[in-house]
Design a protein around this ligand. Structure first.
Ligand SMILES: Cc1cc2nc3c(=O)[nH]c(=O)nc-3n(C[C@H](O)[C@H](O)[C@H](O)COP(=O)(O)O)c2cc1C
Length: 392
């Protein structure tokens, strides 16, 4: 049998605190720290605990050149080789799930550290508000109490140089638009969003404004947001909940035709709302949006140019941020509310839309829709540009 190491691997020395009753009964604190090595490989669903004596074997085999297993067995013992093969850290030359998953990571040209960070930051089944409540950090007072005061809102003057006052411009319509953008946490769950407003927003944010053939077979789209390398790898996967003339369900937006492809989805409105809630990690106020848009880059489109590149993943996060801001401004201009969140259950979203995580992977979820008449969940609108009628 031929073996090689998986494509990307980070070995992390960890220290875990554990409670042991015997220690407490013996007069101590009961808290025992345990050190272990975790092998983090992005093609595996979770980190794998390995022994310190496994490390020489993992360092003795490369990710590219196949090696005869007999050589490794002679050096490190059959049991160790088999255990690391079964864990998916060593890949053998026979087809199988571990090899397929490893090949998928390789084919995208991920930078190894970025692949590990991406895999390690995916959530499955998280409830962000409940978790923050449990840790006492669900509001500003709790945060202040738990962590002390934060670093100041503005950096202190740097070097004592002269401070040059700048002229302030008279506010115009663009300022009014910018000032009215406020993260919406109050959607009208009784109203339907008009189809034209919905379509216009998708067109403005995700639609192609032009197509250019930069080189034979290399098509580039022009959009309203910038994108690293002009590659526009971020796809829009839409959960439609309450839009006139568009059946509730899951869709993929097609930027050139300006069309929605309907995806398989079995379930009623309540099931769709439950999926929206999973997507935004239990944030009910966001799950109420009329439509939610999962921003998920096709990693291979960016990494085709930025191969194994240490900055490529950062560029994808910036791309998603630009799309989010364009979406929020476009929504505000149409009198709608909008939000973005990175507190998302990537794994649940991938399951629902049939994404693989390392080929197409959600980085953020945006949503938009008609604002509710009253503010039940707090929004940050100190200048009262949105909640002008609020009394407090
Ligand atoms: C990347 C990103 C992630 C965010 N995630 C959340 C979130 O998980 N939950 C939430 O309520 N707001 C989230 N927000 C919204 C911020 O809380 C909000 O922008 C901030 O409070 C300032 O308010 P404003 O957007 O109304 O100016 C996020 C914003 C950004 C840019």
């Amino acid at each position: 049998m031929q073996l090689r190491r998986c494509a990307a691997l980070v070995l992390e020395p960890c220290e875990r605190a554990e409670f042991q009753l015997a220690g407490l009964l013996g007069g101590g604190t009961g808290v025992v720290t345990r050190r272990e090595w975790l092998a983090r490989a992005p093609h595996l669903p979770a980190a794998v605990a390995v022994e310190v004596d496994d490390l020489p074997l993992l360092g003795d085999i490369g990710p590219d050149d196949w090696q005869d297993d007999a050589v490794l067995v002679a050096r490190h013992g059959a049991a160790r080789v088999q255990r690391l093969r079964e864990a998916g850290l060593l890949i053998d030359d026979a087809p199988g799930p571990a090899r397929d998953a490893d090949e998928a990571v390789r084919a995208q040209h991920w930078h190894a550290l970025a692949a590990v960070v991406h895999a390690a930051s995916r959530w499955d089944g998280e409830d962000a508000p409940r978790s923050m409540e449990a840790h006492g950090i669900a509001n500003a007072e709790g945060l202040r109490e738990r962590y002390g005061p934060p670093p100041p809102a503005v950096r202190a003057a740097h070097g004592g140089g002269a401070v040059l006052p700048l002229p302030r411009a008279d506010p115009d319509a663009f300022d009014a638009l910018l000032d009215a953008r406020t993260t919406c946490r109050n959607f009208d769950t009784g109203a339907l969003l008009g189809r034209d407003a919905f379509a216009r927003l998708l067109e403005r944010v995700f639609g192609a404004r032009a197509r250019v053939e930069a080189a034979p077979g290399f098509e580039v789209l022009k959009k309203t947001s910038p994108s690293g390398g002009a590659l526009h790898p971020t796809e829009a996967w839409v959960i439609v909940q309450r839009v006139e003339g568009v059946a509730p369900g899951l869709y993929h937006y097609r930027p050139v035709e300006h069309a929605l492809e309907r995806l398989a989805w079995e379930g009623d409105a309540a099931a769709l709302r439950a999926l929206a809630r999973v997507a935004v990690a239990g944030q009910d106020y966001f799950a109420d949006a009329h439509a939610l848009v999962v921003l998920a880059p096709r990693f291979g489109r960016n990494f085709w140019k930025y191969r194994d590149h240490a900055k490529a993943y950062r560029v994808l996060a910036l791309d998603a941020g630009h799309l989010s801001q364009t979406l929020q401004l476009a929504a505000t201009e149409q009198g709608l509310g909008a939000f973005v969140t990175a507190a998302i259950n990537e794994v649940g979203i991938e399951r629902a839309f049939g994404l693989s995580g390392c080929v197409d992977g959600p980085l953020a979820v945006c949503g938009f829709g008609i604002r509710a008449a009253t503010m039940a969940k707090s929004e940050f609108d100190p200048n009262r540009r949105v909640w002008t009628r609020r009394v407090d």
